[in-house]
Design a protein around this ligand. Structure first.
Ligand SMILES: Nc1ncnc2c1ncn2[C@@H]1O[C@H](COP(=O)(O)OP(=O)(O)O)[C@@H](O)[C@H]1O
Ligand SMILES: [Mg+2]
Length: 353
């Protein structure tokens, strides 16, 4: 048998992985292939056995699927492990759901079905991902969501159990906090949180992390209690255009008791496929205003929420070929803040009749 120790030759172009905590991720030029790739560089740690070095790369390679990021090769030098991957220039789902760019319900369903398909594939092989979150879902050149970052993934025992070695605090699960064994339902919970962030925007979840004192500091005890009791995140707090069916799906994913959650990702995919309301409404929010837009017939409708003193106006306009043809504020003037959500929900319910 011939054993080849080979030499690789790539130049770092720029760091792209500011979202990652455990590695350095950079765009590189592979001089031998003469093309751009992405390198994930992971520092070797004392005490980690050699077989563990390539664990993440091997998992990616062994779990090849349309909705899981590809790996080109893996290698090492004295200090680091390097995982070479294709460059997904659209970046992560987290980047997509940054405050200024809300997804439509159709986009949420589409991306969710993609990443859940990737997740279903690894679950069928007895692997738990343990780090499902928008930063770890990349968007391919054909606009498909791809599951990535298998740094925390573990195979279950023959009973389907195992225990994560680490977690990302906002996505920690009730069973992890209670010190129980974990199953694929751990990923289902995190998939639910990911969908919650996709429909409501990223900061919506972070804003619910409890704080205490002045200056405000993270309230760890209350945070844990809220997760175990199913109060983080708030199951009733949603943007008004989010369909009931989708809220129900997310709720069932993030049930505090794993037995009450979906049994597998295919069931979630099935339920997502049946949503047919408010698919193309897009929410916009900036420093100046807050509004929703959707196409209906020849028109684009714009529903604007206008704050005035302690009340709100809702303005409904429609436009065609860039020209606004009709505006209506008659029925929605001077609304109390407590009525805003139900008023908007009623308008959106009419939008798809
Ligand atoms: N192949 C890739 N193409 C484009 N961006 C990537 C790629 N791999 C990782 N990234 C970016 O780098 C970030 C960190 O990568 P990740 O594998 O999640 O590392 P970590 O284990 O440190 O979290 C991702 O959230 C994403 O923004
Ligand atoms: Mg990551």
């Amino acid at each position: 048998m011939k054993n080849c120790k080979v030499r690789l030759d790539f130049d770092e172009i720029e760091e792209i992985g500011q979202e990652g905590k455990n590695s350095k991720v950079f765009l590189a030029h592979d001089n031998q292939l003469d093309g751009n790739i992405v390198i994930k560089e992971i520092q070797k740690k004392d005490g980690v056995p050699y077989e563990e070095y390539f664990k993440e790369a091997r998992l990616l390679y062994a779990n090849n699927h349309n909705n899981i990021v590809k790996v080109n090769y893996a290698c090492e030098d004295d200090d680091n492990i390097y995982i070479a991957m294709p460059y997904y220039k659209n970046g992560s789902l987290k980047k997509k759901i940054s405050e200024s760019n809300y997804l439509t319900i159709r986009e949420v369903i589409r991306y969710s079905i993609h990443f859940l398909s990737g997740l279903n594939h690894i679950h069928s092989k007895g692997l738990i991902h343990f780090d499902i979150k928008p930063d770890n879902i990349l968007i391919s050149d054909s606009n498909e969501a791809m599951l990535s970052d298998f740094g925390l993934s573990l195979y279950t025992d023959t009973y389907g159990f195992c225990s994560a070695e680490a977690f990302y605090t906002p996505h920690v699960t009730p069973e992890q906090l209670r010190g129980l064994h974990q199953t694929i339902k751990n990923d289902i919970y995190q998939a639910g949180l990911t969908m919650y962030r996709m429909v409501n925007g990223n900061n919506f979840l972070y804003a619910q992390i409890p704080t205490t004192g002045t200056p405000p500091a993270f309230d760890n005890d209350l945070f844990k209690e809220n997760i175990i009791r199913g109060k983080f995140p708030d199951r009733k707090l949603y943007l008004p255009h989010v369909p009931k069916k989708l809220k129900k799906i997310i709720k069932r994913c993030i049930e505090p008791n794993p037995n009450d959650r979906y049994d597998n990702t295919l069931q979630i995919i099935n339920d997502l496929s049946s949503i047919d309301e408010n698919l193309d409404i897009r929410y916009f929010k900036n420093a100046a205003n807050e509004y929703w837009e959707y196409p209906k017939g020849y028109y684009i409708y714009k529903i604007e929420l206008l704050p005035k003193a302690d009340k709100f106006d809702i303005k409904v306009c429609k436009r065609k070929d860039g020209r606004t043809t009709n505006c209506n504020t008659q029925c929605s003037n001077n609304i109390d803040s407590t009525q805003v959500i139900s008023k908007l929900e009623a308008i959106f319910a009419l939008s798809y009749e």
